[in-house]
Design a protein around this ligand. Structure first.
Ligand SMILES: *Cc1c(COP(=O)(O)O)cnc(C)c1O
Length: 431
């Protein structure tokens, strides 16, 4: 099937990591998310080993936790010895609650509030990834008040178009993120940062976008960043010690997409870096990457119960499920691709073409269109595959629908990692 952790058992049921999903749906109810822990750990190790091998021993991945933020994933990240990327005080709080050592963290965001900066500094965040100079002034002032020197890196926009969906493209000059190299503003920002007393500039960051299958834009970005670092050494005598290349490697959601060889991708990027380092004579910086999607996406699937079908003569068919945009807004947001199958009848003929409709009062609440599955009956279990990234972390309570439970699976046994929300949870902040 799409990924090697997915199989079909003798009952014709879909299994993940060897566990029957229909049994899980019966026991824990739906919607239900199921995560294969070994797969998450394997993905972390692919990055960790490839980066150490190709970039150098001091190189490591920092999990972009916006893809899936909860105590469970930070505990795994801690055990796997990787860093994290966080984008809010809430993610930082969650990591701290999980016992994560946040000296190995990068605090992102295009509008960090003074509260975020204070909270980050008080809790020993490793690096702020500075997005603009007003924010830098706040970091300088607050670090001064606390009597520390805060390490930062600056987020730059290298001006690369990675050819992915516009909503997940971030490296172009006109972006809400980062400072452009092209316009000369980056160098002004570097000079200004170096003049601040309570800040230590350790290097630079770029992130060109997400769900990218082509290696070329990553190589181009890495080359550009090294060129820029060497130009700073010539012009200002400043030598960066960290280069953070962000995330963005694509994940296979549908058969038509390839399964990328991340080790090979990292090796190719390293060739560009090494060539450029050699040509310019700078010291090779420590290389960080921030994979999010490619760590968690393919570890997970979401199970739903089908409510029924609707066949509109001369138009199309719908199959309705007991979840939708509250637990997975990605199709509504950017028509994201998904593979969908009828987990309870995997061996039946998939000859019913339909649109999968969520249960919300919103016509855009769809999970996919033109799906081929066996014609479902009320009570059949439907699975949406590859839902580990940007699903639970984007979930809402729209229509007062409780967020689903998330299960982990390890050694063939399931356990709850996030409890299903209750109706009481829905009103707990209502006064
Ligand atoms: C979203 C994001 C990532 C992760 O991107 P993926 O495509 O999930 O790997 C990494 N770094 C930054 C700054 C991001 O905004």
């Amino acid at each position: 099937m799409l990924h090697e952790n997915l199989t079909i058992n003798e009952k014709g049921h879909l299994c993940i990591a060897g566990v029957d999903t229909v049994c899980l749906a019966e026991k824990y109810k739906t919607p239900l998310m199921v995560m294969d822990e070994e797969r998450i750990r394997r993905n972390f190790r692919v990055y960790k080993n490839a980066m150490a091998k190709h970039f150098g021993q001091d190189s490591f991945p920092a999990f972009a936790s916006k893809a899936f933020s909860c105590k469970y994933i930070y505990r795994i990240a801690k055990e796997e010895g990787v860093g994290i990327d966080i984008v809010s005080s809430g993610e930082l709080y969650t990591a701290l609650e999980a016992g994560f050592d946040v000296s190995k963290s990068f605090f992102h965001g295009n509008n960090k509030t003074d509260f975020d900066i204070e909270y980050g500094i008080e809790n020993g965040v490793g690096h702020f990834v500075v997005d603009n100079m007003t924010e830098l002034d706040s970091i300088d002032r607050i670090a001064g008040e606390k009597g520390i020197v805060q390490p930062v890196i600056i987020r730059l926009t290298p001006g690369i178009d990675p050819h992915t969906h516009a909503a997940i493209t971030t490296g172009q000059v006109d972006s809400k993120f980062g400072i452009a190299i092209e316009t000369g503003q980056a160098t002004e920002a570097v000079k200004y940062t170096l003049s601040r007393k309570n800040i230590r500039l350790d290097g630079f960051h770029c992130h060109i976008g997400s769900q990218i299958f082509d290696i070329k834009p990553f190589c181009d970005a890495a080359k550009l960043m090294i060129e820029y670092i060497s130009s700073l050494k010539r012009e200002l005598g400043y030598e960066a010690s960290i280069l953070n290349l962000g995330g963005g490697f694509g994940v296979r959601y549908i058969e038509a997409q390839p399964e990328l060889d991340y080790d090979e991708f990292i090796r190719l990027v390293s060739v560009y870096i090494d060539n450029e380092v050699k040509a310019s004579g700078i010291k090779k910086p420590q290389i960080i990457m921030e994979p999010g999607r490619s760590i968690v996406a393919d570890s997970c699937l979401t199970l739903y119960t089908v409510g029924g079908t609707k066949e509109i003569s001369g138009f199309k068919n719908y199959a309705s499920i007991d979840g939708g945009m509250p637990d997975n807004p990605r199709y509504a947001l950017y028509q994201a691709d998904y593979t969908i199958c009828l987990a309870s009848r995997m061996n039946d003929k998939a000859d019913f073409e339909c649109t999968i409709a969520g249960r919300c009062c919103e016509s855009g609440d769809l999970l996919q269109e033109g799906v081929l599955i066996p014609k479902p009956q009320r009570g059949d279990i439907l699975a949406v595959l590859v839902t580990g990234a940007y699903n639970y972390s984007m979930a809402s309570n729209y229509n007062r629908i409780p967020r689903p439970a998330v299960l982990g699976i390890k050694d063939g046994k399931e356990f709850e990692v996030i409890r299903r929300e209750t109706f009481a949870d829905l009103v707990k902040n209502d006064i």
